[in-house]
Structures are given as C-alpha cells and as structure tokens.
Design a protein around this ligand. Structure first.
Ligand SMILES: NC(=O)c1ccc[n+]([C@@H]2O[C@H](COP(=O)([O-])OP(=O)(O)OC[C@H]3O[C@@H](n4cnc5c(N)ncnc54)[C@H](OP(=O)(O)O)[C@@H]3O)[C@@H](O)[C@H]2O)c1
Length: 256
C-alpha cells in the first residue's frame, strides 16, 4: 500500500456513525490518521490498521480529564505535528422533558459534548501554536440553533460549541490556527438506520415510508449521509481562508 502523507489528522470517535466514513475517506485522501476514543472506535481502527492503513489508535475517555490529557501526550509521541483536529465525539444521550432531567444527566451530556471539546480543543490548540498552526473542526448541531423537544442538555452543549468556535478562531488567528464548526441536521448513520428498522417492525410501517417522513422535514426532501459530511470536513480541515464559521449542513432542515 502506498504511504504518501497529506498531513496528520487527529480525530475523536473514528468508529462512530459519522466518524467511520470520515476516517475511511481521510485515509483514501492520503492523510495519516490518529484516532482517539473508546472500544468501538478501537476495534474499527485496528481493522483498518490490519489492512495496512496509515492509522493509529489511542484510548481516550471523554468523561475523564486525565485520560484526555494522557491521550494528547501519547499522540505527541507518535507525531511532532498535527495538521488538523476533528472532534466528533458527542451525542444527545437522553431524551426527556425538562422537569425529568436530573442534574447528573445534564452534566453528563455537557461533559461528553462541551467539556471534551474545550479540553481536547485547548490541548490541540497549544500543540498547534508551538508547531506553526493547524485546522480545528468541531461538531455542533442544528439543535444548538433551534430547540427541539426533550433535548435541552444536548442543544445547550452544542450551542456552547458554536460559541467556543469564535473564541478559538479569534485568538488562534495570530498563530495560524483555524477553527470552524460543522452543524449537521439529521444524518442517516448506521444507528439511525437501526432505529428506523426497529420502528418499522414495531409499528408495521415500511422502512421507506418512515425514511420519507424524516426526509419531509427538510425542504430538499433529501437524506443526508455521513459521506456528505466528509466533503465539508475536507474543506475545513485544509482551508486557509474560512475562519470562525459554524456551517450548517442540513438540506435546509432549519428553514422548515
Ligand atoms: N448523526 C446525526 O444525525 C447528528 C446530527 C447533528 C450533530 N451530530 C453530531 O455529530 C457528531 C457525530 O455524530 P454520530 O451520529 O456519528 O455520533 P455517534 O456515532 O452516536 O457517537 C459518536 C461517538 O461519541 C462517543 N460517545 C457517544 N455516546 C457516548 C457515551 N455515552 N459515552 C462515551 N462516549 C460516547 C463514541 O466515541 P468512541 O467511539 O470514541 O467511544 C461515539 O463513537 C456528534 O458530535 C453528534 O452530536 C450528529
């Protein structure tokens, strides 16, 4: 297998729903990839490494400060410089009305989404500052712009990431550090496919009719797939000119 290198990209959750596609495509585009994450991501990375791909894995618990700091220290042993950091780890975790959300549940969603973005973002920022700059890509959500029922902690955490983007971009400009955030609408990941399949079985409706209902929520009536997210990731991980933006990719969902 050829081993060219268009740069080294550090990515969290390479084995997640969107992460798998992003990671495969980064490798196809000849980036060296260092994945951080949990067991699921580790298995996925090992599979790719076993096939000869230019990828390494470092264990990282997004809920534990020391684990995240240690993961970055280990990454520094693998490479002197990273060209990009993509932070995909996150999720809504709970779906509850406000009066049923416990404080622990609220904090757990904040930790996974917002605190990890700050801590890993800050560490990669420090690293990039010493090594001539780089590109940071965070993941927000349209839920961070528009409240949806039963998703308060997730929406607040993602709105925090949207706000954080501007701070990283403004201060980072002096050091050639570019930070942008991708805010997707509903992306049809493997997990969402399984959810639809379960619902189809439970309600007797067909998979296609359920997907059509989901698609009808965006004006383009389209299905957004993880591969569609990669086009934007590639732009933002290499751009020298887009700075401090939160870019929605949602087939216009937020307009409807
Ligand atoms: N899919 C969508 O429709 C959608 C829409 C808008 C925004 N987003 C955002 O895009 C990013 C990727 O989305 P995705 O659908 O690919 O997410 P996902 O596969 O559900 O989860 C991404 C990763 O987050 C980590 N994670 C999730 N739940 C966890 C938990 N309870 N404990 C510890 N780690 C946990 C895992 O990382 P490891 O594998 O490393 O353990 C997982 O692979 C997320 O930030 C998400 O909020 C997604």
């Amino acid at each position: 297998m050829k081993r060219t290198n268009n740069g080294t990209i550090l990515i969290t959750a390479p084995g997640g729903g969107i992460g798998k596609e992003i990671t495969r495509k980064l490798l196809e585009d000849d980036f060296k990839v260092i994945g951080l994450g949990g067991k699921g991501s580790q298995n996925f990375v090992n599979e790719l490494k076993g096939k000869g791909h230019n990828i390494d894995f470092i264990n990282c618990d997004y809920y534990t400060k020391d684990s995240m700091l240690d993961a970055i220290s280990q990454a520094k042993k693998l490479t002197e410089k990273i060209n990009g950091f993509i932070h995909l780890a996150g999720g809504s975790l709970i779906s509850k009305p406000i009066d049923e959300i416990s404080f622990d549940e609220y904090q757990s969603v904040m930790s996974l989404n917002l605190d990890s973005a700050f801590l890993l973002g800050r560490e990669t920022y420090k690293w990039m500052k010493k090594t001539g700059g780089g590109n940071i890509v965070l993941f927000g959500s349209t839920t961070g712009f528009r409240p949806s029922l039963k998703k308060l902690p997730y929406g607040v955490a993602k709105a925090g990431i949207h706000a954080m983007t501007g701070f990283f971009a403004k201060e980072g400009s002096e050091y050639n550090i570019i930070t942008n955030t991708i805010a997707p609408g509903y992306v049809l990941t493997e997990r969402h496919v399984q959810d639809i399949e379960k619902k189809a079985e439970k309600t007797g409706q067909s998979y296609d009719s359920l997907l059509e209902k989901i698609n009808s929520k965006n004006p383009l009536k389209q299905t957004l797939l993880p591969k569609d997210i990669y086009q934007l990731v590639k732009l933002l991980i290499t751009t020298k000119h887009i700075q401090g933006q939160i870019i929605k990719i949602d087939s216009g969902q937020i307009l409807s």
